[in-house]
Design a protein around this ligand. Structure first.
Ligand code: MEZ
Length: 549
């Protein structure tokens, strides 16, 4: 049954939010000190919960801690065996293969083309439809330091601080220095960023940022950028094969990555792609519902790229850090886990507990803000309970209308307003209920500043790679990441392809990997990559996902 509006029990609590609003419009809780942040993270952030991770028992990052859900896939056997695939039958023979048809993959393809690879010598292979990805679902915006009062150096410091100084410095440097160029490139492709009447960009704050540098297209920034990127790639004529996830990377007898085996989801056939250079752009692990959390993520985000890269010898990093976005929908039930963009807080909406009290500075870095919400609900008993037992805190969205005038939400958060309105909730008039939701893989496959994974012939861009964000990404740096490192990976792949000589194709690496698994005593009941999340049985509905706090 579709829920309509709030039940009486929740409406009574909304009256408390309304009563404290005038006072809260005048003052907000202060930012936490570094010590307070550290303490709240240690006590309440899911990353610090004991028993939720284990050290990897094999492979290039052996000993590194990763969530059990991810370790289960990294320590799993291949879906195919070499005997099942005839490597003498080449279905696609290209210079650059790009695995993943989201933002990073499309950007990599474009820049491989700009770097001189003919369109017909590039192939984008994607698990679902071209564009199906977290990139297209992104809401709040993209950071780039392009205002006189800002600079890439200040952006750099914000990122390092947000990431607890665990980031790989040369990657952060590349990210911030390329930022302004990426925005100019987007504009040249026709991306329509929000502008002020004088033609300058509308730029807003996000959590943990010291300058306003968030460029947006209302609250569907990801869709607007992806529209322009995909149009550009279509106009150029870059070939795309859809519904064909990669199930394994191919190597050659010289130890280079030499393409991939795709699985045609429509015909259940394997396709052999030989490529002089391969770019991984498969996104992250958000659909693994780490610790039972709901997720903002696309169905395709099942860690496939991590699994494939690990088997050919790529290192992983920062895999112990998972990003929970503070504001996932907690009510109505049908929307649980969906993203409420950080822009809502950036525009003035304040988190408020069941007594109508503001309990945290609204724009702490994401990990800190999430930990504060969890403490309020589960440590202090100040959360709002929904009829099905989910807990959350209010996000006082009507404050936006008070601060910026009536009609602001419908105009600037058009998609969000519509999403709630379909369930009888007008977020311009009533607060919305939120709780942290699984949002992003902070770490990933280690790359250098050129997008190279360290394995000959293999490059990576976007959420699959790690190092840029350290242990905690700041808002708006994921869209920038996929553009900066999608571009760098595409350029590097093109340059590599121009000189690479391939040897005899081989799947011997998966034989060796299976042997390592067996020697480590791991039995073969688990297979990976997962390709699609499992929602049958008790996980059929979001409410049966049990958050383990
Ligand atoms: O970078 C993000 O994850 C982002 C901009 C999300 C959002 O809150 O809109």
């Amino acid at each position: 049954m579709i829920t309509s509006g709030y039940p009486d029990s929740m409406r009574e609590l909304i009256a408390l939010v309304e009563a404290t609003r005038p006072e809260r419009l005048k003052t907000s809780p202060p930012r936490m000190s570094a010590k307070e942040r550290e303490e709240i993270l240690r006590e309440w952030h899911p990353d610090y919960k004991a028993g939720t991770k284990r050290p990897l028992s094999i492979g290039p990052s052996k000993g590194e801690l990763v969530p059990h859900e991810v370790a289960d896939l990294l320590e799993a056997y291949p879906l195919i065996s070499p005997e099942e695939v005839d490597l003498s039958q080449i279905d696609y023979d290209v210079d650059v293969l790009i695995i993943g048809g989201g933002g990073a993959g499309t950007v990599a393809a474009l820049w491989a083309y700009y770097e001189g690879i003919k369109p017909e010598r590039i192939l984008i292979a994607t698990k679902l439809r071209w564009g199906d990805s977290n990139s297209i679902m992104a809401q709040g915006g993209i950071q780039a330091a392009d205002r006189p009062e800002d600079s890439p150096a200040i952006h750099y410091l914000d990122i390092m601080g947000g990431g607890h100084y665990t980031n790989k410095p040369e990657l952060v440097r590349a990210l911030v220095t390329d930022g302004p160029m990426i925005i100019k490139w987007h504009e040249s492709l026709g991306v329509m960023y929000d502008k002020n009447p004088d033609g300058s960009f509308v730029e807003k704050h996000g959590g943990g940022t010291s300058r306003m540098r968030m460029h947006s297209a209302k609250d569907y920034t990801g869709m607007e950028i992806m529209r322009a990127l995909r149009d550009e790639a279509r106009n150029i004529g870059i070939p795309v094969v859809e519904f064909a996830p990669a199930v394994e990377l191919l190597m050659d007898d010289r130890g280079q990555v030499a393409g991939a085996i795709l699985f045609n989801l429509e015909t259940s056939q394997y396709l052999v792609v030989r490529a002089k250079a391969t770019v991984l752009a498969t996104g992250g692990f958000g659909r693994l519902h780490i610790q039972g959390f709901p997720t903002t993520n696309h169905y395709g985000a099942t860690a496939d790229g991590l699994v494939l890269a690990y088997r050919v010898g790529a290192k992983l990093r920062d895999m112990d850090a998972v990003q929970y976005h503070p504001t996932g929908v907690a009510y109505p039930e049908a929307l649980v886990g969906q993203l409420v963009t950080e822009k809502v807080r950036g525009m003035g909406a304040m988190p408020v507990n069941r007594h109508g009290e503001a309990f945290v500075y609204p724009l702490e870095p994401r990990d800190v803000e999430s930990a504060a919400f969890i403490r309020e609900c589960y440590g202090r008993g100040n959360g709002v309970e929904t009829p099905t037992g989910m807990r959350g805190v209010w996000l006082d969205s009507p404050m936006i209308e008070e601060l910026h005038g009536p009609g602001t939400i419908k105009r600037e958060l058009a998609a969000m307003w519509r999403m709630f309105n379909r369930f009888g909730i007008d977020m311009a008039k009533e607060p919305i209920l939120v709780f942290p939701t699984l949002h992003y893989q902070n770490g990933g496959v280690e790359i250098d500043e050129h997008g190279w994974t360290g394995v000959p012939g293999l490059f990576a861009g976007g959420e699959v790679e790690g190092g840029v964000h350290g242990k905690n990404r700041l808002m708006g740096n994921s869209l920038l990441d996929y553009n900066v490192f999608g571009r760098r990976a595409g350029i590097s792949a093109a340059r590599h392809a121009k000189v690479a000589k391939l040897g005899k194709l081989s799947l011997e690496h998966i034989v060796a990997y299976s042997k390592m698994l067996a020697e480590a005593g791991i039995n073969n009941d688990r297979k990976a990559p997962l390709l699609l999340p499992e929602y049958r049985g008790e996980r059929a509905l979001a409410r049966s996902l049990k958050i383990r706090i």
